[in-house]
Design a binder for this molecule. Structure first.
Ligand SMILES: NC(=O)c1ccc[n+]([C@@H]2O[C@H](COP(=O)([O-])OP(=O)(O)OC[C@H]3O[C@@H](n4cnc5c(N)ncnc54)[C@H](OP(=O)(O)O)[C@@H]3O)[C@@H](O)[C@H]2O)c1
Length: 267
C-alpha cells in the first residue's frame, strides 16, 4: 500500500485517524494550521507540508478534517489547493458541516474536474483509536471503490453509502448528533429526578440500558451520568445543534426541541 494521502486537520479527531492511516501502511503528507500538532506523525514518517495545497498530490487523495464550515472553505479556497487537485483526484471532506456547504464545495470541485466526497464521522477520538468509527458518505459513484478502503484504514467499523447527492451524508451526521445530544440531556434530567426522589440512579440506568434502552448511546452516557463523571467539555454539541437548526429551518421545519437544546447549551 504505497499510495500517498494528503491529510489536513490534525485536531482531536484528525490526529488518531491520520495515525491509523500511517499504521495501515499509507504514506502521509500532512498539514495543520498549528504545525506542532504534527510532531508525532512526523516522527512516524509523515511529511509535514507548509500549505494545504502542498499536501495535495495531483490525481491523488486529500482528506480534510477541520473544525467547521468556515475552516473547510478556507482550506479549499487557499492558494493552489483546487488547481493542485485537478482531474482524477478526490477530496474526502470529513468535517461536520452544513449540507449547503457540501453542495457548494462539490460544485466548485466539479468545475475543477475533481471529486468531492463527504464523509463525516460518528465516534470520539478514543473510538478512532479503537477502530470503531461509523461513517456515512456521499459522492460520485466513480470514487466509491477508491474511497472505501481508505475509510476502513482510518478506523471505520461501518461505512454507509448515502448516494451521490452532496449534502446527504452531513444531513445524516447532523440528525445523529441531534439525537445524541437529546439523549444525553434527557438521561441527565431523568437521573436527576430519580436521585432527588431517593432512588439509586445507577440501578435505574442498569435496568433501563439492559432492557428498553439497550443502545450504545444510552449505555455509555447513562453510565457516565449515573456515576457523576465529569461531563464532556466539548463545543461540538453547540456547533452541531446550530447546524441542525439551520438545516431544518431551510425547509421551514420548526425545531422546538433543537431550540431548547441550543438555549441549554449556550448557558
Ligand atoms: N472530537 C470528536 O469527538 C468528533 C467526533 C465526530 C466528529 N467530529 C467533527 O470533526 C471535526 C474536527 O473536530 P475535532 O474534534 O478534531 O476539532 P479540533 O480538535 O478543534 O481540531 C480542529 C482542527 O481544525 C483546524 N482548524 C480550525 N480552524 C481552521 C482554519 N480556519 N483553517 C485551518 N485549519 C483550521 C485546527 O487547526 P489548529 O490545530 O491550528 O487549531 C484543527 O486541526 C469537526 O467538524 C467535528 O465536529 C469531532
Amino acid at each position: 500500500m504505497s499510495e500517498t494521502i494528503g491529510f489536513i486537520g490534525l485536531g482531536q479527531l484528525g490526529l488518531p485517524i491520520a495515525t491509523n492511516l500511517l499504521n495501515t501502511g499509507y504514506s502521509l503528507h500532512v498539514y495543520n494550521r498549528t504545525a506542532s500538532k504534527a510532531e508525532s506523525l512526523v516522527a512516524q514518517g509523515a511529511k509535514l507540508m507548509d500549505r494545504p495545497a502542498d499536501a495535495v498530490t495531483s490525481g491523488g487523495i486529500v482528506v480534510t478534517l477541520v473544525w467547521d464550515d468556515a475552516a473547510l472553505e478556507s482550506v479549499v479556497m487557499s492558494a493552489g489547493f483546487l488547481e493542485q487537485l485537478g482531474p482524477g483526484s478526490i477530496h474526502i471532506a470529513m468535517s461536520t458541516v452544513l449540507p449547503e456547504t457540501s453542495k457548494k464545495l462539490a460544485a466548485i470541485h466539479a468545475k475543477h474536474g475533481c471529486a468531492y466526497v463527504e464523509a463525516p464521522i460518528f465516534g470520539r477520538p478514543e473510538a478512532a483509536l479503537a477502530r470503531q468509527l461509523w461513517i456515512p458518505f456521499t459522492g460520485p459513484q466513480s470514487t466509491k471503490e477508491r474511497v472505501r478502503p481508505i475509510l476502513e484504514a482510518m478506523g471505520a467499523q461501518g461505512i454507509f453509502d448515502f448516494g451521490e447527492e452532496a449534502g446527504a451524508a452531513n444531513i445524516v451526521k447532523i440528525a445523529g448528533n441531534f439525537l445524541i445530544v437529546s439523549a444525553g440531556r434527557s438521561i441527565s434530567e431523568a437521573l436527576t429526578m430519580v436521585g432527588k426522589n431517593g432512588v439509586d440512579p445507577k440501578a435505574v440506568i442498569d435496568m433501563l440500558t439492559s432492557t428498553l434502552f439497550s443502545a450504545p448511546i444510552y449505555q455509555s452516557y447513562g453510565k457516565r451520568i449515573a456515576e457523576k463523571s465529569p461531563p464532556f467539555q466539548s463545543p461540538i454539541p453547540l456547533k452541531d445543534i446550530g447546524l441542525f437548526k439551520r438545516t431544518a429551518q431551510q425547509v421551514e421545519e420548526p425545531t422546538p426541541i433543537a431550540n431548547t437544546l441550543h438555549d441549554l447549551l449556550q448557558n
